[in-house]
Design a protein around this ligand. Sequence first.
Ligand code: NCD
Length: 340
Amino acid sequence: MTMQTPLAAAARPLQAGSPPAGWSHQHLLDLEELTAEEITLILDTAVLCKEATEGCRRKIDVLAGSAVVNLFFENSTRTKTSFSLAARRLGADVIDFSASTSSLSKGESFIDTAKNLQAMGIDAVVVRHGTPGTPHLLASHLNVGVINAGDGPHAHPTQGLLDILSIRERLGDLKGLTVGLVGDIAHSRTARSNIWGLTKLGAKVILCGPPTLVADGWRELGVEVSHDLDAILPRCDVLNLLRIQFERQHTRPFPSVREYAHLYAMNRDRLRRAKKDLVILAPGPINRGVEVTADVADCPQSLILDQVTNGLAVRMAVLWLICGGRSSTQASKAAEGRIV
Ligand code: NCD
């Protein structure tokens, strides 16, 4: 059955096999390299994807014939699952590559492995790795699209995008909003991607956490730095509660988890002292009782599960923007409105 949806209409610029108007990137490595207009284009495309798939639940086939490889070298629940599902929702084939059972364990290099995958005719690699810059290295060796799904503590662009989309959905235009990023800024790839995205769209960003996890040097990125959550609380429209990344820390950054929670966990008492419609975000996984108490994590102001749905929408948008221009065959299918 032929059905015209907003996505089919938006897919029209793909007719000639060229990327959609306003999009000229082969890869998505971090938000630093994007303009405010390009970030907005991804967010608007995510909204179209969400509508066309009835809230990310239905399948459309605009990427039928494309193949996406998930190359994850660090643990993941939300990001890996949602990249896989997003690709499948758009009709692409997905390969979940397992490093431990691959020829990497026989000594094959990372680049050789990736080039072999490329030789199988894939269209994009979604990569998560503990070493900052790994996606950039891949992008310099491959012709296919490379999407950064988290490189060590450096960047996590789709997390930044889904956080911003969730804020925009609840509060509208980002301009003039004050967003507090609270917690382990030093080791969080989510922090940097949020800072780049939010500041480009006109929001004010305040970083907050213990001095051992929030250094003054972050001010160079155009943000405010605070070590006192109670002091900044009344000014914030949004709080994004970042997990303490114990797995990346070599020394303890504070005397005890209990003390950290006392000073920085978002709890009922703090919620009462915040703006009435304060929005609570957390990238997940959340540690209930550390960065956020269970009642606040589950309260109506918390968008934690909306973020997960928006993650699917943002990843569909990114895959579509990056893979959509690669094949004129699939493009003409999209243009015909062949949506199932
Ligand atoms: C984040 C990550 O892996 O960087 N989570 C995620 O992608 N959903 C944040 C975290 O692990 O705390």
